[in-house]
Design a protein around this ligand. Sequence first.
Ligand code: FPP
Length: 260
Amino acid sequence: MIWKSFENIIEPHTPEAERLARIDPERIPRHVAVIMDGNGRWAAARDLPRIEGHRAGAESVKEITETSVRLGVRYLTLYAFSVENWKRPQTEVNDLMRLLRRYVQEDLPTLMKHKIRLQALGRLNELDYKTRVLVEKAIHSSRDNTGLQLNIALNYSGRAELVDAMRALGRQCAGGELNPQMIDEADIDRHLYTAGIPEPDLLIRTSGEYRLSNFLLWQMAYTEFYFSPVLWPDFRKIHYFEAVIDFQQRERRFGGVKKA
Ligand code: FPP
């Protein structure tokens, strides 16, 4: 069944076809999260300005999103801009925001065609007005789509997300609606930006860095991590297939013991 969804784009007997054949269609990760790293180094290696790396990275976003749809992944969460990224030079921040605006405008028809539901995770209220409006519009237009849910982490930080959740819970306690003694994990889950979204099964980080960088700290308690040396602008479906194959070889016990 997976092969069928790739037959128009993958030639038989190629390295891609060989990898695809090794994927078990019954054990596709439901939620894949990605730290898209290495755009700057990709550009530097070519003597190009950093924005060219981000631009090339946007092409990888498209390929990995499309591949997720074809594989039957249900949720794809991409770390596009962290709270810490405001520390970059203003020109780079502006360029990234421009790229994002262009993506949500120009690619909305493609998202709609593939029934992709767009969602944003992060403090959207701190984005500039133009960017926020365009992102919210795309989210609104795609809200009834029933295919892949594409979450873009935007002005996101795992700690800030937990702070926001604690504030909301604190307000409920102060208002007498909630007894602090009764707060449980489900209450915290419900107040995260990811409320209602299952936890990631697989995290992919590109460019040979081995860090979590404040991404989905609460949600990744039992996520399988896969680190790829490939820079994000070079990350193609063959690399994604390799990550899924690796994931399928892991034994997930969630703190329990191996089933007999
Ligand atoms: C990390 O590379 C990448 C980012 C901070 C931004 C990711 C953004 C994109 C891929 C652009 C498009 C996004 C969407 C959703 C359309 P880096 O700059 O930290 O690279 P470096 O570590 O090599 O310097």
